[in-house]
Design a protein around this ligand. Sequence first.
Ligand code: SAH
Ligand code: SF4
Length: 355
Amino acid sequence: MTLLLESPPQTSRPLLGQSLADLTEWVQQQGQPAYRGKQLHQWIYERGARSLADITVFPKQWRAEMATTEIGRSTIHVRSVAPDGTVKFLLRLSDGHIIEAVGIPTENRLTVCVSSQVGCPMGCDFCATGKGGFIRNLATHEIVDQVLTVQEDFQRRVSNIVFMGMGEPLLNLDHVAAAIRCLNQDIGIGQRSITVSTVGIPGRIRRFAEFDFQVTLAVSLHASNQAQRATLIPSAHHYPLDELLVECREYVEQTGRRVTFEYILLAELNDRPEHASELAAHLRGFQSHVNLIPYNPIQEVDYKRPTEQRVQAFVAGLKQRHIAVSVRYSRGLEADAACGQLRASALRPDPKATE
Ligand code: SAH
Ligand code: SF4
């Protein structure tokens, strides 16, 4: 697949996303003592500095000289809250593009659903982001910023990250990998609490394995056979299910980690007993877990969410074949913040937004 990517805007490399060693090197290049690197790191990652002018421990004159240096934070364009407490943010990037990030709180966790691209080029038929087209990859700092923004808004530490917002993370692998490093080492989020979800790009799961992260890989299957998958996911025409599953098996062998398979249940389409048995046959003996996601309706297409009875019948069909399975009911439906509903429309602005 050839993709013409609009690159993230390249001014100087933003400070957000950089490691302690890089920040220390940078302050020294500016003629400052090395310990200021640690201060800068703390102010960026713990205190939410948005400009060097904010960093009151720095000498006044240097702060003034450096005031235009880009830290790399976005601004909140719209913030909307669903009745279940899920908060969706539309964030404005430095070039004006808007992306989405979602904060999903539970008693013990604060999960952030992050975007990896502005839009998505994959065009899956059931997905609002896919229907909206593609603009560009996100830079590392633009991914990390989403997590800091949610953390600051909730005034609570983020515990989990899912790359399930806008975009296909494995098409932006280098920036996604750099963001994972930063989230882990600079913000302190455990790698095991990070999930990267992909629809599958030839060779990229292999490349992802080489980073040797302890993160969870989730693969969006959504169908139990190649013909049906290709009707839902255009890129599946060029990347047959069998080849995708081979790459997944290699991933398990190479990393020793299981793969999560995501499967959106579409009523009367891929939720029949024969689909459950076909899916189970593919996954037999595979170190994996299946997440069933009852379809969240989007405007453009008329797929339907199955009844609870059909969902449970599908679960039973997998369980009786010894396949590990859970059902994931998306939260945030009312804020259009659930999976596949991330798009820049139909939002109720919230007064807490900054503009
Ligand atoms: N591009 C990646 C990650 C973003 S999509 C991927 O496709 O895996 C994240 C998850 O949301 C995927 O499992 C995707 O299939 C799911 N999703 C998309 N549209 C949906 C919808 N309308 N209802 C429920 N889940 C949806
Ligand atoms: Fe892109 Fe994932 Fe949506 Fe498909 S489901 S269009 S890969 S974001």
